[in-house]
Design a protein around this ligand. Structure first.
Ligand SMILES: *Cc1c(COP(=O)(O)O)cnc(C)c1O
Length: 224
């Protein structure tokens, strides 16, 4: 079982959001940058606090956690959910009515199931930036075929997503750069790179979408 979700202080979230936006604006050279508020590990109050601070898009890694929050929030706010985590095919059906962007498409079977349950859905293909197999994402060499396969299934492949290895943010730079170059080649608009620890490097390298949890909500206990 997972631990009880953490609660947040809405004023602290609003203050962190202001600081984050100012920092991102100060670095931006390539055009507007979207910020997805990653609420994993936190309760529905984190979604409410972020919505009050102006966020419209929320990211979750675990199907069950997203479903619980979406049910809890009901019609209170129209959260736009991004699914970010490793995804089993049998979870796609229950998520399909809620998810607006499937960011972690890493294999053809998953694209097929999304196309079946959510025809025409927006997806990003996740590239493995670190080369470590357990980090998720398709190897760079497989990304072009996966993008083509998802497109031929009628999915709207609007972006590439990548998670950099934890550690020195400078170590993230080559992977970010490679992802942006590949997105250019493939004619894919969104570059979903950059998290709390490395968003500055990601923005410098041409991110168009940051996925930020800790820097908005505070730290989470490690899962498992
Ligand atoms: C957890 C997570 C994030 C947010 O991470 P922070 O370091 O808390 O900003 C972003 N993207 C993915 C895929 C994640 O799993």
């Amino acid at each position: 079982m997972t631990a009880e979700p953490l609660t947040v202080d809405p004023e602290a979230v609003a203050a962190r959001a202001t600081a984050l936006r100012a920092r991102v604006d100060g670095l931006t050279r390539h055009g507007p940058i979207a910020i997805v508020a990653v609420t994993k590990g936190f309760g529905s109050d984190a979604v409410r606090a972020a919505a009050a601070a102006g966020f419209t898009d929320f990211g979750e890694n675990y199907a069950q956690e997203l479903l619980v929050k979406a049910t809890d929030l009901g019609d209170q706010l129209s959260a736009r959910w991004h699914f970010l985590g490793r995804l089993q095919r049998n979870k796609v059906r229950s998520l399909a009515p809620l998810v607006v962007v499937w960011e972690s498409v890493d294999r053809p079977e998953l694209a097929e199931e999304i196309a079946r349950r959510a025809p025409g859905a927006r997806v990003y293909v996740q590239a493995n930036l670190s080369g470590e197999p357990n980090k998720g994402g398709a190897p760079f060499s497989e990304v072009p075929d996966l993008v083509a396969a998802a497109r031929s299934l009628g999915l709207a492949v609007d972006g590439l997503m990548g998670v950099a290895p934890a550690g020195d943010p400078e170590d993230a730079r080559p992977g970010f750069r490679a992802l942006v170059a590949l997105a250019d080649d493939l004619g894919v608009e969104v570059r979903s790179i950059g998290m709390s620890g490395d968003f500055e490097v990601a923005v410098e390298e041409g991110s168009t979408e940051l996925r930020v949890g800790t820097a908005l909500f505070g730290s989470r206990p490690l899962r498992r």
